[in-house]
Design a binder for this molecule. Structure first.
Ligand code: MV4
Length: 449
């Protein structure tokens, strides 16, 4: 096994990874920015190295400094977490050149899945169901765009090829706004991802976002775990995730799971990853994209399967054989995750950093908290606003909801404006309790005017 791992991240996920390393008897090195000296991940790690000033470009994205920190501390591997450098092909190349194992899939897999147009084409060619659409870069000066959209049928959606997660998307309901929408999407994509390529798909109305956790080893073995339902999103940021999904039964789970496994085998996937699908009201499902990292919402899967995904990820990256078998996985209960963000729901979710003056974290049966905050911690304003994840586990969905409600009532984060009030509304909403919540739930039931 690896002897020492550097964690190229911060916040709750850095803490989560350090904890997995401790359980595997692996030494840990934290990196931190000048704004993160007092952060929890620095306190939890065996060693720590400052890699630069507060701005992420100069610290958590600073490849030369992160490599230097790895060499100084003599680590065998780097864990990138999520965000930052986790899906950066260039970083993967540099790690390989420096003989450092990057805990994740191969460069080829990252590349194949990072270019969404290429990924969809590859999957379609291999017989994976994809959303009807035009999987080539659009050119606004080509009058063909009008016939392409007409053939797909309005409404259509324009997506960035280097995007993912929904940023820079545009829904187009009719021909009048087509050209303008493509141009806007291209401009946004260029700014956000440095690449203006966009493509077009049929807009699926009221879909469910269903994703499958997959695991792969270096010997071609792949397993999938039960799905996560991430349909509750605001501006493409997930607020609540749960597993299993209310809309998926055993047969449907097996059917999509088999496809998720096939997606992963097409790119010879190693370690942990997620295959995302859109599912419509008629049980049609379509491959959307694959995320080549550990995800924020991974704990809901851990709770219902008892699989420690981060430990598995590390073992698989080291070259251990996959021992899980999808057909032998039992769903032990139901899990729901709520993301608590330092954002003010009364001020359009504006980021609200500050000092945690008082903290009471919920506990008791079935409650897991993944967080890096502590009483007295000063939340820097430079980084993302995730404060804590509350994960509630119950024998069934009703019990998980009851426990989540209780946990949200118990939570107190002194003087930090946060999203707990909106999460309370969601979790106690009657429609949510009935279970059938698709992606329009928030606009229909929570943020209605
Ligand atoms: C879609 C879609 C409808 N049709 N694609 C993609 C990324 C995700 N964050 C939002 N995405 C969507 N892609 C087609 N062809 C609808 C969404 C979507 C959505 C998906 C899941 C959860 C919430 C959503 C809210 C708006 C749109």
């Amino acid at each position: 096994m690896f002897k020492k791992i550097l964690i190229a991240n911060r916040g709750e996920i850095a803490c989560r990874i350090i904890r997995a390393c401790k359980e595997l008897d692996i030494k840990t090195v934290a990196i931190y920015s000048e704004a993160d000296k007092e952060s929890m991940h620095v306190k939890l790690a065996d060693e720590s190295v400052c890699v630069g000033p507060a701005s992420i470009a100069k610290s958590y994205l600073n490849i030369p400094n992160i490599i230097a920190a790895s060499e100084i501390t003599n680590v065998d591997a780097i864990h990138p977490g999520y965000g930052f450098l986790s899906e950066n092909v260039y970083f993967a190349e540099v790690c390989e050149a420096c003989r450092l194992t990057l805990i994740g899939p191969s460069q080829t897999s990252i590349k194949q899945m990072g270019d969404k147009i290429a990924a969809i084409k590859l999957m379609k060619k291999s017989g994976i169901p994809v959303i009807p659409g035009y999987n080539e870069a659009l050119n606004v000066n080509d009058s063909k765009i009008f016939s392409i959209a007409r053939n797909i049928g309005y409404p259509v959606i324009i997506k960035a090829s280097n995007g993912g997660g929904g940023r820079g998307m545009r829904i187009v309901i009719s021909e009048e706004s087509l050209k303008q929408s493509i141009m806007t999407a291209q401009r946004e994509a260029k700014i956000a991802f440095g690449n203006s390529e966009v493509y077009m798909e049929k807009f699926i109305e009221d879909p469910y976002h269903i994703e499958f956790q997959i695991l792969g080893d270096k010997y071609g073995n792949i397993a999938y775990l039960p799905e996560r339902d991430c349909s509750i999103q605001r501006k493409h940021q997930k607020l609540v995730e749960e597993s299993p999904s209310f809309i998926i039964d055993n047969n449907f789970r097996k059917k999509i799971g088999k496809i998720a496994k096939k997606v992963a085998s097409i790119v010879k996937y190693v370690t942990v990853g997620t295959v995302e699908f859109l599912v419509d009201k008629n049980e049609n499902f379509y491959f959307m994209e694959m995320n080549t990292r550990i995800q924020v919402e991974h704990p809901v899967t851990e709770m219902i399967t008892n699989v420690d995904l981060v430990k598995e990820q590390i073992r698989l990256a080291f070259g251990e054989k996959l021992t899980l078998d999808s057909d032998k996985i039992n769903i032990l209960g139901h899990a729901i995750e709520c993301r608590i963000n330092a954002e003010d729901p009364d001020k359009n979710f504006i980021s609200s950093p500050g000092t945690v003056t008082e903290l009471f974290l919920p506990g008791g049966p079935g409650i897991r908290i993944d967080t890096h905050i502590y009483s007295g911690y000063k939340i820097p304003y430079y980084y993302d606003s995730l404060l804590a994840k509350i994960i509630a586990f119950g024998a069934n969905r009703d019990e998980a909801i009851i426990r989540m409600n209780r946990a949200l009532q118990e939570l107190e984060i002194g003087d930090i404006k946060n999203t707990s009030s909106i999460l309370k509304k969601i979790i106690s909403n009657e429609t949510f309790k009935k279970g059938n919540v698709h992606t329009n739930f928030l606009t229909k039931h929570i943020f209605k005017k």
